[in-house]
Design a protein. Sequence first.
Lengths: 330, 699
Amino acid sequence: MKPFRYTRARDAASAVATVAADPGARFLAGGTNLVDHLKLGVAEPDHLVDVRGAVDGSVTELADGRVRVGAAVANSDLAAHPLVRARYPVLSAALSSGASGQLRNAATTGGNLLQRTRCPYFQNTATPCNKRDPGSGCGALHGHGRDNAVLGTSERCVATHPSDMAVALAALGAEVRLLTGEGERGVPVSGLYRLPGDRPEQDTVLEQGDLITAVDLPALPWVRRSAYRKVRERASYAFALVSVAAALRIEEGRVVRVRLALGGVAPMPWRAHHAEEALVGRPATEEVFREAARSEFAQARPGRDNAFKVPLAVNTVGAVLRSLAQEEGA
Amino acid sequence: MSGVEQGALGRPDERVEGWDKVAGRARYAYEQPVPALYVHPVLSTVARGRVLAVDTGPARASAGVEAVLTHENAERLADTSDAEFAVLQGPHIGFCGQIVAAVVARTPEEARRGADLVQVREYAEEHDVVLGPGHPRLYCPDELNAYPEADTRQGDPAAALERAPVVLDRTYRTPMEHNNPMEPHACTVLWEEGTGGGSLTVYDSTQGVHPVRESLAQVLGLHAEQVRVVSEHVGGGFGSKGSPHAHNVVAALAARAVPGRWVKLALTRQQMFTLVGHRTPTIQRVRLGAARDGVLSAVVHDVEEHTSTVKEFAEQSAVCTRMMYAAPHRRTTHRLAALDVPIPFWMRAPGETPGMFALESALDELACELAMDPIVLRERNEPDLDPETGAPWSDRRLVQCLHEGARRFGWAGRDGRARSRREGEWWVGTGVASAVYPHFVNPGSEVEIVHGQGVYTVSIGAADIGTGARTVLGQIAADALSVPAERVRVRIGDTALPPATVAGGSAGTSSWGSAVVAAARALREEHGSEPGEGARARAGTPEDAVAPGYSVYSFGAHFVEARVHADTGEVRVPRMYGLFSVGRVLNPRLARSQLVGGMVMGLSMALHEHTVMDARLGHVVNHDLAQYHVAAHADVQQVEAEWLEGADVRATPMGSRGVGEIGIVGAAAAVANAAHHATGVRVRNLPLTPDRFLVGPRE
């Protein structure tokens, strides 16, 4: 573990100015992932700028019906918030399925979005990893590949994004609020992330010093019927093999609105646009749900150890939509 | 106990140190309040090869670093016959994660930083870390862990299989697995120079202070009297602390490099995955020959396992098959391949745990093939005498465990057909498996009892690794002395106390307790019922603690309900029930905790545990608790353990047998059998991950 400086930012603007000016500086929020990286040698910053007191830690309803979540809101608080539980059950369920109670108490909304892959090669500095050490090679591609992604991968990187919360936010089409050296701007959650391509070291579109200040949840009354299903080997405290965030609206037996995002299968929370398009206007039957899910995986590139993720995802999408359709019918 | 008033034994006394532990007052090895330097090991990153050069310059220049040990500057050890202890004695690398240097610094952080800065240049040779079937390096070991014979044969099993009307021929696999006690392996060590050649003091997290003393004295070329090992509290061991390991040696080397100053070393969780042992993967071919009525004529159990190139450890996976069921024709074999892997060692019920997964799965498969209740099949093959030795059983009540367990679990009326019960999105099934564990009483422990002011102080250098040994030894002493437990004080965990054998093989209480009874009798014989101040007596574990001529084992039956999700294949176990025959239960609170703990570990083995070796890079891939899954609380639902009443006076003077390990034996088979009953999918290759069940009417 490399020695570093620690300072507490008084406000967001000074935090951004400090980190933007210093390539060795990093923001610190809950630290549930970054502190691991410090110990493992995966991250070796010179300066940690603690932003927990510098960004908003509250959940507020905006005048236009959207809900703004401050970047410092703890995962457990967000999961339990009455507005979230009532209007965005998919988000509450996703948050509650992540990590452990202790970690959810410490982890923040902004930090959760920016957590990095748990690929075992990324986390072990004795092994090659293009994400951690560009150009060193990908240990996972021909190594232990059970947790690898099947969608959106490249020859350079096959890591999955670990967040549950981000999958729900992708389904909702939430917007991430940023403070940068040039001022404030917003970016949709799906647009925050980038696929690995030739530069897997770059998880997101953020530049040095860009700070997440809030996440805006859109006003979507119909997603009050939504669900998050996380499939994992043990019943708690494990990353998803496959996860599904979904919202469904049916009229006269046909799908009229649907939101579908997948976790555990891609380098980013994967909004299943193909499947959504394949569903709208079609009869709300399990066979249709499964067929749509299959269409999403037409481009899947599974490896030796993770081919099961494709049928598992298809089954899980089918089960989640079936269950939402039954609720709707009830 | 004959001639002894019944009182404390059988009573559910709380652990005497329980409040100290929950209040944080109990001091573990790393927590000794001494000013200390800290040691952080540097590990190899190749699986086979040698260290070409170590550049210690940047590390030595780093803040707080006091010394950097390498194979070039470390003290030459006196005895390197046990290669596990030959730490920093040469450039050879035998596995990935071997200690190749160590940094001594003023704080743990500075030691860790220093270790990052040690530049080790390694030369990598071709390695082989994956055990495959029929591995070209397989050989027959001279002996197995705790058993002299690698192979056994009775009758003519090949001919019997030829003739058998029904033959089952299946291969089962269990993966490499790792012990993960909550407390990591840690020690606090001081070397003092002076008269008598100096002295070494070691606070260690161990299952046996005396065995640690013996090993370290031998390795360092010291007399045993020069070494003191203390281990008052231990946060779990499960076998992995049954011997010192390389970290103890490197801590001792570090201490001797800075005489007069304490050094502390705690392995990180990641380091534990290469330095403190693991369970070998197994490939087990089981062949059963049977008549249509289920009576076995032949049992053949052939095992392939790995060991390390550094040191041999031969897990005795098929030994339970030698005595479990009656069949006139039987064979067991064990073959090892020495691979470039860390050194395997004890993990809760080594041998029985993987072996009984295979045997008890095979019995279930045979029952399915014969459309027979699996309990009836086991009953048909119940031997009157130990089929291996011909000796009578001291107390074999397996059939009673199966029958009574079935009644309490609610087995009656079970539809034996697989995939016959569906509740909502879940397939539901039930499974059964037998459990067995041998009875050991190890010779060599001694107990001293001293009387003073009405209190009897019982001293033995035994270990309490969380089992409650300290408490139960007090109860044994109280009854043997016919005094209330409040008048007994137990001192353990220090080589300044009389010698004690390791807390292993479920033999701790049996071995030490027998010596406690002997010492109590000696005290009464020598000093009567009103001993004076300072009256003392000392006695060892009697050689005849176990009645000769009997075959002494514990038995049990596991019952499991498993649910498998029809869409996702997730396996959940809402109910585990175990009924055991373990002789007299000396403390039901402690025994239950051991049995339930074993069952939980068996559940974890069934569903989750799997160490992954990277074939190309040669390292353990999933070397932390986020990646190496053990059962979480949410996985462990209703787990109940009960036992048959009764004492086995042929086993120990207390009438008890061990309870530390039998809970895990057979548990994984019961889970797999239940999952098969639920789904019709037979998983012969642990663990039972969701992908194994993604077959059937869906994708």
